[in-house]
Design a protein around this ligand. Structure first.
Ligand code: AQP
Length: 333
């Protein structure tokens, strides 16, 4: 069984995009010490986080993962900053990755925006830390949304260069697992932009904590067009918002966009949106309720994360220590 690693930033409330593109796919991959799910708080601070908010959002993210079905007894659920191996291997990888590789990362360009000079250095080297998150466990299977594909290619380039430079096949190749029709859920306001938890507009996304009325309002207001729906997904090529909503409905109902369109061809969004709202509320309401229950006992969340960190460190520490020995660091006594 390959070891699985994936992470999510506590940079806001998890969205429907995080859920359909990543978290939901993690649930069936739980296999004890071979499945690691991480709240990647070191990644979150690549953009400024208010300290009190970071604490709150980290617990909230852990609660969200448990509410979605990640069971701390059937996998390792932990917080990135609690396991020092991540930052240590991240630094080593800063020295392995080439500037030319990082310059090609499209997510940095998107997130840094126009004023690149003002972006944090952490945002720039973020993919190196992400590579360390995975390689610190010799994990080989990484379930992520489509936006992370390029970062995983870089993680493989880093591993290859390390192995080549030191002449040891130490870090294994990793396989991205990008699943399903909702690997990239788009903003409800702009079908060309991905749905993000840190988007300034709350109307652009569905949060896992949104109640039924909020979900209904956001979907009713979601940008669409006045054209009737075609019979096949190819007919939505130039209609990104329409394609997005059809894709979300397909993901929520466990079907394909073409099957959704077979049921709704010739109809408009006034008919599709209520169906979408019902499917979304049915899926998300139990998650929001479970999150609320879990957050009533923050101590229990902290205890689960502490136990997860202890188990994670027991795997990562020897792997990073061995990498340092390969590089010739004088062993610490
Ligand atoms: N819109 C999306 N559709 C499908 N999958 C998505 N993911 C994120 N957005 C979408 C996947 O969710 C996992 C966790 O992502 P992350 O929190 O580590 O960082 P991100 O990709 O930058 O997510 P956000 O929501 O856009 O966060 P912010 O706004 O803080 O940058 C990843 O597997 C990701 O692919």
């Amino acid at each position: 069984m390959p070891r699985v690693f994936s992470g999510i930033q506590p940079s806001g409330v998890p969205t429907l995009g995080n859920y359909l593109g990543a978290i939901r796919n993690w649930v069936p991959m739980q296999a004890g010490d071979d499945s690691l799910f991480c709240v990647v708080d070191l990644h979150a601070i690549t953009a400024f986080q208010d300290p009190a908010e970071l604490t709150r959002q980290t617990r909230e993210m852990a609660a969200a993962l448990i509410a979605c079905g990640i069971d701390p007894a059937r996998s390792i659920l932990f917080c990135q900053s609690h396991v020092h191996a991540h930052a240590e291997l991240g630094w080593i990888f800063n020295c392995i990755a080439r500037l030319g590789w990082l310059n090609r990362m499209t997510q940095f360009k998107d997130k840094a925006g126009k004023d690149r000079e003002a972006a944090s250095a952490g945002l720039y080297v973020y993919p190196n830390l992400m590579a360390a998150d995975i390689h610190a466990y010799h994990a080989t299977l990484v379930p992520v949304g489509d936006d992370q594909r390029q970062h995983l290619e870089l993680a493989n380039d880093i591993a290859e260069k390390f192995n080549h430079d030191y002449g040891v096949p130490y870090f294994p190749r990793i396989e991205p697992l990008i699943q399903g029709v909702a690997a990239r859920v788009m903003s409800l306001r702009d079908g060309t932009k991905k749905m993000s938890k840190s988007d300034p507009s709350d109307q652009s996304r569905i949060n896992l904590t949104d109640d039924a009325d909020t979900i209904a309002l956001k979907i009713r207001r979601a940008r669409t067009d006045a054209e009737p729906l075609p019979e096949q997904i190819g007919g939505l090529e130039a209609r990104p918002e329409a394609r997005n909503l059809v894709g979300i409905l397909a993901a929520l109902t466990g079907t394909t966009p073409d099957a959704v369109l077979r049921d709704h061809a010739g109809k408009g969004f006034s008919e599709l949106k209520p169906v979408l709202i019902d499917a979304m509320v049915a899926e998300l309401a139990p998650i929001a309720a479970a999150m609320r229950r879990l957050l009533d006992d923050p101590g229990a969340i902290d205890t689960a994360l502490a136990e997860g960190a202890r188990r994670a460190a027991a795997i990562a520490d020897p792997i990073v220590t061995r990498a340092k020995a390969i590089m010739g660091f004088l062993p610490a006594r």
